[in-house]
Design a protein around this ligand. Structure first.
Ligand code: ADP
Ligand code: MG
Length: 746
């Protein structure tokens, strides 16, 4: 029995009848037995939402009035928190945490590697009387010094100066995971440079608030704060954990490095929004329960386009918090999946030939007075405010299109970028017909023409009108990486495994810079005595004229003409990821990031070093695994089958010495085909190993990444003969689970 499925660790022995079935059916049968029942909480979700989060309710309950006030003031207004308050907060948190059986505490941070990092310390301390006591004070809450030497720093901090520290981010609530109190923190080097994703994000959010606020105040003097909002849509694949365990490539790189397309994949379009398989449904419900307890407002779940691909999306929220929640849910998904016998694949392209996974970042700005700045307003003034932000955002995206692309680029997302699937490797913006028409109209009319909601003032030829029902009524363009969808822009290029902070820092920074320039220009017009709406429109018009035929593109982003056209328009069309990273250190990017106080030039350079290094290492790992699987798995299986055929031919020869060649024509053909494919694989693997040796000797991280970029391409060439062999070799002798097994097991 074991010969048939050597890779199943828990395989249920099959009887003869089952044995005679197709391999595919057998696999399905075995896995159907794995459904897990979900323990449903006794109350409805609103009853346990935020149960494991130290939110306002908990603050109210566990902190005294003075501490509560000081903490809220710190969260809402950025006021400094003194040591005494921190002690008070820590004491309250400890009581709450211990009621939930918590014994440990960790600073939870987002280093430049993927995912999050944590180092747990127990509450236990000596009590000075020979016993032990649980302790947790303001110092432990506010700051920790993990050994930072093993985290990437791009050379900011030499290994001998290993000190970096984590510092509490009070704007993101503390939460409990299992027996541990988790404190969201920033991670900074001893010399003050950011070593994480959160620090620059928070700086960019402050910058966009500082830049947008004076503009909002032109329209409404009561506005005190401008928020950046993020609504992420997390796409992912599920595979059965036993099949996963039998694929070294999936286990170590998160994607399949070989595998022939299954006969049926997504061509029938029958998976998107299809009925959710019951085993997956149980997993999703478990995620939602865990997410609600952690205060994550999960809203949407559905099947995605590719088989075994799904999506999860919450209600949008403030960007820093929403990003923490995304990081958190990715962790939760990984652990909950195991309970259901699944593994979650967050890689952007786990399977060749079918869609990959993204993480659309729905993004907008809004005020503390409840105005969404990317939706039409109630009146002409509100509409002018909307158009003001709308146009300036487009101008920001145009100016910084290259670095925005760099902000979503990675070794893994490279497989989606430009691969005829969202997104094309060019950052342009889709406005839809309505807003395109509005912008054209604005260029034609006098600057004091009010922008009305359609129908309110009757129809008049001269009027600039926006339809009343707008949200969800805007047309969609799935090929655009930055699409306007009625009350927000959807930055669709972000990869499924990415930390959204990379993209969100860059986007908010670009917008902040543009808004500052815009405000200065408007101030000049106002100083010249113009009325506010005329001053604004006079400033907007040249901007509109400069973007409408450049960054704005409503056509097919996948067409072969688009890169040619985009290049003419002056948009960045670079497709190599190591090259893209260079956009971070162009004079325009350095000026933007330094002026806004988000990154110093040194930090930008250091972060690029890290990006190149991670890029090279990821490709290096993929290259090693491809080579080893080719030599240790694939070629031996092919040789075994070939030997079987040769034995057959040998026997045929004994029986039919004169006719065996004619009789064995097919076998001889396969034997020779296998030899050809094996030798093709061997030659290509040898060349790849040589290329790696050369690349490994390169010291400069950028040059090394460029060399590895070529190696990444060669991996596609290696998988081709391997995938052909999969079609030739006896099914029972193939050593890896095939796509049709990985992708259709529920
Ligand atoms: P789609 O139809 O694009 O797949 P989904 O419903 O899956 O849309 O996800 C849309 C996401 O956009 C949700 O997270 C939603 O909360 C978020 N969203 C809606 N409005 C805004 C907004 N104004 N700003 C930011 N995010 C928003
Ligand atoms: Mg969606």
């Amino acid at each position: 029995m074991t010969g048939l499925f050597p890779f199943f660790k828990n395989f249920v022995p099959l009887n003869d009848k089952e044995m005679s079935k197709l391999r595919f059916d057998v696999v399905q049968e075995a896995f159907r037995k794995r459904a897990v029942t979900v323990e449903t909480p006794s109350t409805s979700p609103s009853g346990y939402f935020g149960e494991l989060v130290f939110n306002r309710d908990k603050m109210h309950k566990y902190l005294d009035a003075k501490t509560f006030k000081a903490l809220v003031n710190c969260i809402d207004n950025g006021e400094h928190l003194d040591r005494e308050t921190a002690n008070g907060v820590a004491a309250g948190m400890k009581v709450w945490a211990m009621e939930h059986g918590v014994t440990h505490v960790t600073h939870w941070f987002q280093p430049l590697t993927e995912g999050t990092a944590e180092k747990h310390d127990s509450f236990m301390e000596y009590d000075g009387k020979g016993g032990m006591i649980e302790e947790f004070d303001g110092k432990a809450l506010a700051q920790q010094e993990p050994d930072a030497s093993s985290f990437p720093s791009g050379g900011i901090r030499a290994t001998f100066e290993a000190r970096g520290y984590t510092a509490w981010d009070p704007t993101s609530p503390v939460f409990i995971q299992d027996d541990t109190l988790c404190i969201p923190t920033v991670f900074i080097s001893y010399t003050g440079e950011a070593l994480d994703y959160k620090t620059p994000l928070k700086k960019a959010l402050k910058a966009v608030n500082d830049a947008a606020l004076p503009i909002c105040r032109l329209f409404d003097s009561k506005v005190k704060k401008v928020y950046s909002y993020l609504g992420w849509e997390q796409e992912y694949f599920l595979v059965d954990e036993d099949l996963y365990a039998a694929r070294p490539d999936l286990m170590q790189t998160g994607r399949t490095l070989m595998g022939h397309a299954s006969s049926k994949n997504q061509q029938l379009d029958d998976h998107y929004f299809g009925a959710i398989p019951s085993r997956v449904m149980a997993f999703m419900r478990d995620i939602e329960i865990a997410g609600y307890k952690l205060g994550i407002p999960i809203k949407t779940r559905h099947n995605e386009v590719a088989p075994n691909q799904f999506e999860l999306a919450p209600i949008f929220g403030e960007t820093n918090l929403a990003n923490d929640q995304n990081q958190l849910i990715m962790n939760v998904m990984n652990s909950v999946a195991r309970k259901h016998g699944f593994v979650v694949l967050l890689h952007e392209k786990p399977f060749d030939g079918i869609n990959g996974s993204g993480k659309h970042n729905n993004w907008s700005l809004g005020t503390d007075t409840g105005t969404l700045l990317l939706a039409p307003g109630k009146d002409a003034k509100g509409n002018l405010q909307f158009v003001t932000f709308f146009v300036n955002i487009l101008a920001a995206v145009q100016k910084h299109n290259a670095v925005l692309k760099a902000s979503i680029a990675s070794a893994t997302n490279a497989h989606r970028l430009g691969a005829n699937e969202a997104p094309p490797a060019i950052v342009s913006a889709f406005l839809g017909k309505t807003m395109t028409d509005v912008l054209h109209k604005l260029l034609e009319v006098p600057s004091d023409t009010p922008i009305e909601i359609a129908g309110k003032k009757g129809t008049s030829v001269g009027l600039v009108e926006i339809p009343e029902i707008f949200v969800d009524n805007t047309d969609r363009n799935r090929t655009s990486p930055f699409a306007f969808t009625g009350n927000r822009f959807e930055f669709r290029a972000v990869g499924s495994s990415a930390n959204c902070a990379g993209a969100m820092t860059t986007l908010n920074a670009a917008v902040a810079e543009q808004l500052i320039e815009f405000k200065a220009a408007v101030d000049k017009e106002l100083a010249a005595g113009k009325k506010l709406n005329v001053a604004i429109m006079d400033t907007l018009k040249p901007i509109i004229a400069s973007i409408i035929d450049v960054v704005c593109f409503d056509g097919n982003g996948y067409s072969s003409e688009w890169p040619i056209e985009a290049k003419k328009r002056g948009l960045d069309v670079e497709i190599s990821v190591p090259e893209m990273f260079k956009s971070f250190t162009t004079p325009e990017s350095v000026a933007m990031f330094t002026k806004l106080g988000i990154y110093s030039e040194k930090e930008l350079e250091a972060r690029n070093e890290v990006k190149w290094e991670i890029y090279s290492k990821k490709v290096q790992i993929e290259a090693r695994i491809t080579g080893r699987m080719a030599i240790n798995h694939i070629i031996p299986a092919a040789l075994a089958y070939q030997t079987k055929l040769l034995e057959n031919v040998k026997l045929m020869k004994e029986i039919y010495p004169d006719e065996y060649k004619a009789k064995c024509e097919v076998e001889l053909g396969i034997i020779s085909r296998i030899s050809d494919l094996i030798s093709d694989i061997r030659t290509k693997v040898d060349a790849m190993i040589e290329a790696r040796k050369v690349a490994n000797k390169i010291e400069n991280e950028y040059e090394k990444a460029v060399a590895y970029h070529e190696i990444a391409d060669s991996l596609f060439a290696i998988r081709k003969p391997i995938d052909k062999l999969e079609e030739v070799v006896d099914n029972d002798m193939w050593p890896l689970p095939k796509y049709r097994e990985l992708l259709f097991i529920n």
